[in-house]
Design a protein around this ligand. Structure first.
Ligand code: ZN
Length: 457
């Protein structure tokens, strides 16, 4: 097998044995990675196609990899597979200012794409904490979400065209550049979010937006959950589409930040039930701050918001975001943690937060349960530390959180995907008929089951 693969890629394109660095095995706490047969680093779609033809003929399993920043183990080898890393396919192929598109190869780093677009007055809206390592192919394969979904949608909304290589090596070059194209089935959506189980993304045409001329960020303290919902509604109706982020942190998270994250400086006093990070993306730098300030003042008069601060500099803005994104130093003090990425109707979130915090504390007295997330998108993240990292403890906490999600009609994965981590719970938020149709698609596109086996289904 390795002899045959060697003939397809160049010398740097094949790694075996001890040359396979930890980067390709990164298990991120999702069990122990298995040992892959080898790592392949192709440089072109043609090479990817040749590799897949060969693997298909021989029934050889493949694990596709991007930047390895995924959180559900989707890129982690389980043992015996060929790892196919797109890390050398890093060309930005075309930028079209009139059509507002960017054509990239799959291995381009998200941040590189951001910087390229911003230097030209445009933006690629998808943004997330792992921007420095996540790749375009990865964020497309996982339909990543992040902090601007409320305004621009998930990655799916920013993909116009896609090139994928099917399990048998067939190249589907569907590099559409138009916003509208209803000529038959929109095939790209089958691959976006399929976590490399239906085909391998090699290139994409992304939709760009005009770069906002002003970004304003505020922190608000709110006492009751119903007021958080009302505040979101108020912002949506008064900002005329300029709301870029609406991130909510429960009081447990605020307390945790104050106790365990000495480098973070919350801008408001402690003691509120909820803290909201609001960001507006506007086009009138001279008026946008005043607009946000007056909306906040009005919300305080109405009694929705108890306390608020608006960032007065880029440095303050970064400090606000750090509270939401950079609590890693605190997480590391918690011991083993279980983390969740769930979605549900916004009105159910208050009840969800209370319910799981109580149930986890009942099962594990002294447990820490932190709730925060992209509330405007119906998406919350939960971090639970119960003092144990055993499979049995994890299963018990999973069952508590996902049980509430199932009862609320929510989803066990809002934006991270299923990978291996949530496979056992897919049926808690998809019907047997939905899963049967997923299997039908999988069989049709990958009859030998060589594409990322053991993931998703
Ligand atoms: Zn998130």
């Amino acid at each position: 097998m390795i002899d045959a693969l060697e003939r397809i890629v160049d010398v740097a394109g094949l790694l075996t044995g001890t040359d396979i660095g930890p980067r390709y095995l990164n298990a991120r706490g999702h069990g122990v990675a298995g040992t892959p047969l080898c790592v392949l680093r192709p440089k072109s779609t043609a090479e990817v196609s040749e590799i897949l033809k060969l693997c298909h003929a021989r029934g050889q399993a493949i694990v596709p990899q991007g930047g390895m920043s995924g959180l559900v183990g989707g890129g982690v080898p389980l043992g015996g597979e060929v790892v196919l890393s797109l890390e050398r396919m890093i060309k930005i192929e075309e930028f079209d200012a009139d059509g507002r598109t960017l054509t990239v190869q799959a291995g381009v780093i998200l941040q590189t794409a951001h910087e390229y677009c911003e230097a030209r007055g445009f933006m690629l809206p998808l943004d997330l904490g792992a921007r420095g390592s996540a790749t375009m192919g990865g964020v497309i394969s996982t339909n990543a979400g992040g902090v601007r979904v409320i305004r621009y949608g998930m990655m799916r909304e920013s993909v116009l065209g896609l090139e994928v290589v099917l399990a048998d090596g067939t190249i589907i070059s569907s590099m559409n550049k138009m916003l509208k194209n209803n000529a038959g089935y929109d095939l790209k959506h089958m691959f976006i979010g399929s976590e490399g189980t239906l085909g391998l993304v090699t290139r994409a045409v992304c939709r760009l937006r005009a770069k906002p001329k002003s970004v304003n960020t505020a922190f608000a303290g709110i006492d009751k959950f119903d007021d958080v919902v009302a505040f979101l509604g108020h912002l949506e109706s008064t900002l005329g589409g300029e709301l870029g982020s609406f991130e909510v942190m429960w009081s447990s998270y605020d307390q945790f930040v104050r106790e365990r994250c000495p480098s973070l400086r919350p801008p408001l006093n402690a003691g509120r039930g909820f803290y909201v990070l609001v960001e507006t993306l506007g086009n009138d730098p001279s008026a946008d701050v005043a607009k946000l300030e007056s909306i906040l003042a009005e919300s305080m008069e109405k009694g929705l918001v108890a306390d608020a601060a608006v960032a007065q500099s880029e440095q303050q803005r970064a400090a606000f975001w750090a509270i939401r994104e950079n609590a890693g130093e605190g997480f590391r003090t918690l011991g083993p943690i279980c983390s969740y990425d769930v979605s549900m109707p916004i009105r159910s979130m208050g009840q969800f937060g209370e319910h799981i915090t109580q149930s986890i504390s009942t099962a594990y007295p002294g447990a820490t349960t932190l709730v925060l997330g992209h509330m405007g998108d119906g998406n919350l993240h939960v971090v639970a530390a119960v003092g144990l990292g055993t499979p049995a403890a994890r299963k018990q906490v999973n069952d508590i959180v996902y049980g509430v999600i199932r009862d609320l009609g929510g989803s066990v994965s809002a934006e991270h995907g299923i990978g291996t981590e949530k496979k056992d719970y897919l049926s808690w938020s998809r019907t047997p008929e939905e899963i049967a149709l997923m299997r039908t698609l999988k069989r049709a596109l990958d009859p030998k089951g060589i594409l990322n086996p053991g993931k998703v289904l």
